[in-house]
Design a binder for this molecule. Structure first.
Ligand SMILES: [Zn+2]
Length: 81
């Protein structure tokens, strides 16, 4: 299983085409594109502004990761584009 669904637009894409946001289990912190040692609940987003904006609308990201999302995460995600 290498296909993942973007929470912004709902499209299924290859893992490499998506930004991965993980709520790391060990530290309870949010990690963008973590490595093989990053374990936790994850959400995926396309590399574009629209999908990032959509993920923050209606607290979508918060609901999926089940954790409060700091506003600065959006800036960090946009930096990945
Ligand atoms: Zn998308």
């Amino acid at each position: 299983m290498t296909d993942r669904k973007c929470i912004g637009c709902g499209q299924v894409k290859n893992r490499d085409e998506l930004i991965k946001i993980t709520k790391e289990h060990a530290t309870n912190s949010l990690v963008i594109n973590g490595n093989a040692h990053t374990f936790g609940r994850s959400a995926y987003l396309c590399y574009n502004n629209t999908c990032i904006e959509n993920a923050f609308k209606k607290n979508k990201l918060q609901k999926i990761l089940k954790t409060p999302i700091p506003q600065e995460l959006k800036g960090n995600l946009i930096n990945e584009l």
